[in-house]
Design a protein around this ligand. Sequence first.
Ligand SMILES: Cc1cc2nc3c(=O)[nH]c(=O)nc-3n(C[C@H](O)[C@H](O)[C@H](O)COP(=O)(O)OP(=O)(O)OC[C@H]3O[C@@H](n4cnc5c(N)ncnc54)[C@H](O)[C@@H]3O)c2cc1C
Length: 425
Amino acid sequence: MAEEKKNIIAVIGGGAGGMTAAIFASLDGHSRVVIFEAKDAPGKKIKGTGNGKCNFTNDNMDLKFYRGEDPKFAADALKRFDNEAAKLFFKKMGIRPKEKNGGYIYPNSEEASSVSAALRLTAEERDVKFIFEKVREVKKAGNGFVVNDRRFDKVILACGSFANMKDRNEFNGYVLAKGLGHRITPLYPALCQIRCAEKFFKTINGVRTEASLKVLEDDQEMAFEKGELLFTDYGVSGIPAFQLSRFCAEAKAKGKKVTLKINFLPDTDISEVKREVDTRLTERAGKGRNIEESMYGLLNHKLNFVLLNLSGMDPTGKISGIDEKKKEKLIKNLTDLTLEVTGTNDFSFAQVVAGGVDTREIDEETMGSLKCPGLYFAGEIMDIDGTCGGYNLQWAWSSGAIAGLAASGNDVPEDFITFINGRFE
Ligand SMILES: Cc1cc2nc3c(=O)[nH]c(=O)nc-3n(C[C@H](O)[C@H](O)[C@H](O)COP(=O)(O)OP(=O)(O)OC[C@H]3O[C@@H](n4cnc5c(N)ncnc54)[C@H](O)[C@@H]3O)c2cc1C
């Protein structure tokens, strides 16, 4: 009997999206799947995710956690292969999910390496072949492709991005996509620290505090976050700053004026803040405390010191005689401190890249290229970025599963739960 002619698929990039795509592409046994990985092992970036614990999805799944020039592009994929599908997929591969901090999902092992290993082992069990070689060129050849001098019927581009790379020039994923006719939208660092102009940051370097944070572009509010801030010697870090960083990077690149507004007492009514400042800066005067001492216990003492200075008060000075204008200034600085944003840290500090292959040139139901038949995309290389919380890996699993099925000529199911239950023992 003649041997069945297999559909030969090259997956470029053995990361989160690429390994998922390869696993789904190999499910029906009619395709031969090869992963090209530039590093000496697959899934190396996964091992560093979630501080080594891998926050691989989130129970609060919503399109509002995704950005890009056209974030609605991601809606269909995230609905079909949602967080429940991601948890089931990983359960089937031996990863028991564990929920932490109100919806954040990690492997019960709390080892990101177990997530990476589960994908690699499952791919190997499905006869996916790994070639540890950087892809330098992908050429269209008739109905197929030539990838590093080997012929393939289909190609899935899953190269990720240059986020967190020391030398971004080593990354050629966008060059490969451009070579196949795709447009790359402007690229910005996302999920990284924000840099500010003020000189006082050295004094509060390392201080953590709960606060709310707003970013304004030309005085127009763009986004709001609340959570634990971490001050650095040049600006603001911590999850709220990470979430807002892509807005700052994009607005600065467009030459806009960008400001941050911090409220250090976000859960306290302004009248209550006024009363508290009044109490601290008047009633205690008789007890012999100086201004700084009277503020002890409100915020971290280094932060108190800086805010007093910014309000025109000498922290070592006496309370008696502080004029109302300075008190009002302190209340404003406690609840609405204005910082001038100079930019963000660069791509080598970023967890993800905002921007990528223009999603208007991709079919949202298959992840297939509308420019180059036979080409598919998975993961971060596309112009979709998620906020902190497992949303970027979820995008890699969702888009990877769909690209893999579509590239292997299979229908993409509406309901991945039934599909996964039927296909993974
Ligand atoms: C420090 C850090 C922490 C993070 N934590 C989280 C988290 O907890 N939760 C979350 O959801 N997201 C997190 N992310 C983001 C997440 O890791 C990525 O969005 C996700 O890995 C993207 O998957 P991907 O498959 O598109 O790309 P990657 O996982 O980066 O995989 C791409 C692969 O392609 C390979 N490659 C690139 N070019 C070529 C080429 N030319 N030839 C061959 N191979 C190539 C690369 O070596 C890489 O292995 C974190 C990122 C960082 C940097």
